[in-house]
Design a protein around this ligand. Structure first.
Ligand SMILES: [Zn+2]
Length: 304
């Protein structure tokens, strides 16, 4: 069972991010209706909670009822279950919004965060291509997360894979689209970016070439946000195993893939500090602490 799941997840992740930039000009932001806090499709209480915890502090619409206007009609989609929608809404506050609020300040995500978060219960399956999409972000304004129903909300690996890696990845895009990163970053591994067949590279090969994931080897801007997202969400052990694998790759006589990743990370870290006054070590510490101390029952009761 575990093997088949792995086979499933690898194409999912790569495709999830593959779509993140392509839809930049395709935002439906202006077409989404205003939040109706009196809706009784599920319960008034949850909608009221969303209004108080997303709309008021962050100006975000948290959509979980499979809005027609915001859905992709190329796929057969199923709504998120009520239970899963509530779990994800609470967990996103715990593992994402409250982290930035604590580390960077209360107004940061209100200014730079997404305007819409849209949950879909099923994966977006494309049988003709044999592919599955996990998430999309459109111009940073709207993040759509697929596959909420089969996700185990008590499993931090599932949560990172299905939600938080994507959110940190997309948010880093928003930041570098607002304040550019140093051009020197694009020259570090300029010869091995492959926008067409990056997905045929294994993670091992990508690491050895100086990339944290194979998706990072697609192009420089994806590389840049993957370094940030992986560093924040990976445990020490997971990050170290990337570096260990990367050390196996020889770029030239004196340089390994690990040296390359460390060089890239240093640029990301300095850029976040200088341009945004964000200490990535502090951000990571807070995320890691919350991940390792996560108690879903307490999170659901806003007790943490
Ligand atoms: Zn991206």
């Amino acid at each position: 069972m575990k093997t088949s799941r792995l086979y499933l997840i690898i194409p999912i992740l790569t495709l999830a991010f593959a779509s993140c930039e392509e839809k930049f000009s395709d935002s439906i932001f202006e077409d989404v209706p205003a939040l109706n806090v009196d809706s009784t499709t599920y319960t008034y209480e949850f909608d009221k909670w969303l209004y108080e915890n997303y709309t008021v502090p962050y100006n975000i619409q948290f959509l979980y009822k499979l809005e027609d206007l915001g859905s992709d009609f190329d796929y057969n989609l199923v709504p998120a279950s009520y239970e899963k929608a509530q779990q994800v809404a609470h967990l996103a506050i715990y593992l994402w919004f409250d982290v930035y609020k604590k580390v960077v300040g209360p107004d940061f995500l209100k200014q730079y965060g997404p305007r819409i978060i849209h949950l879909i219960g099923s994966y977006a399956i494309n049988p003709s291509q044999g592919t599955i999409k996990l998430g999309t972000a459109e111009g940073g304004a709207k993040i759509t997360l697929y596959g909420m129903n089969p996700m185990d909300a008590t499993n931090i690996d599932d949560l990172n894979q299905f939600i938080f890696h994507t959110m940190h990845h997309e948010f880093a895009h928003i930041l570098h689209q607002t304040k550019t990163y140093p051009k020197t970053y694009e020259t570090i591994t300029s010869e091995t970016y492959d926008p067409v067949s990056w997905s045929t590279r294994s993670e091992k090969t990508a690491n050895e070439l100086g990339y944290v994931t194979n998706y990072a080897s697609m192009q420089a801007r994806e590389d840049f946000v993957e370094v940030i997202s992986c560093y924040i969400t990976y445990t020490d052990s997971a990050w170290n195993s990337v570096l260990t694998q990367a050390a196996e790759g020889k770029i030239d006589d004196q340089t390994t893939g690990r040296d390359i990743i460390e060089q890239k990370f240093a640029i990301c870290k300095t850029w976040l500090a200088d341009k945004w006054n964000i200490d990535i070590e502090e951000l990571r510490r807070e995320v890691q602490y919350r991940q390792s101390h996560m108690d879903l029952e307490k999170v659901m009761n806003d007790e943490y």
